[in-house]
Design a protein around this ligand. Sequence first.
Ligand SMILES: [Zn+2]
Length: 310
Amino acid sequence: MADPLDRVADASLKADLERIRGWNGEVLAAADLAGAVRGFQGQKGIYRPAGAAHALWVRQTLRGGYTDDDLATHPDGSWTYRYAPEARNGATDLHLPTNRGLLRCRDDGVPVGVFRQVRGPGPGVRYEVLGLAFVEAFDGTHFVLRGEAIDFTAAPVPEEVVPVFRPFEPSPTATEEVVRRLRDHRFGVAVRRIYHERCSLCDVGYRLRGQAIAVDAAHIVPVDRRGNLADVRNGILLCKNHHALFDHYAWTMDEELTVRVSEDREFRRSAAANHVLRFEGRRLANLPSQTEDLPAREAIRWRLDEFARA
Ligand SMILES: [Zn+2]
């Protein structure tokens, strides 16, 4: 599949969608978004630019009362999010121009930007940019929005299908520098989300000034060994400390997701003050809510072999 934005004929709509895609995973102030995205200043809910056939974006405010579980992430990094249509006099009316704009997106395969308000420190309203999503369906009560995959040139895998895991990138051309960096960024956003922004080993998740800090999305089969860049099952979220030790094969997890620590005596002595030894023999403390997003067995086995060799 080619880039879905190639099928957007309206040049200004396309430019807006490209900009929103570039902010994938970022948290931005409403005031900044108002200056950068058409309609953000005045419109709530669904925005369809005047004269355009398609909707450009939807936004969820905190008033909407959603929970994080409303966003279900899939192994390819895509997600499903159900969004309520605009109502008139308390009743859903699909003939409203905004709702019609979303139905047109569904019919033509044109994505929309998705924003949702987050609680932040201090005054000022902030939004998380979930990214671009396809309007998959209207299920009778909600629009079913489907986020782009980490590899956004591939169509999201249907929800009922658990895709086959491939530990390695298929060909060297797929890992060109630009592609690698882009996927790495999108992979990081998806992995942070499914691990609730906390280290899988020690459950630490620092937040400072409204943002998660000092956690990394690590690849189980590393990038320099051609590990898969576009599947969250080749990922795990770790704090800086446990990421560094993971990279050095000082610890790993086995297929039961139990923590194994190196037998190296010097390491164990030197790591006495590090929490890693406390987790030895225990199951990883923080894991994805959905079993389909758990680390893949093939990737873990590859890692265990390397760990044994080290
Ligand atoms: Zn940690």
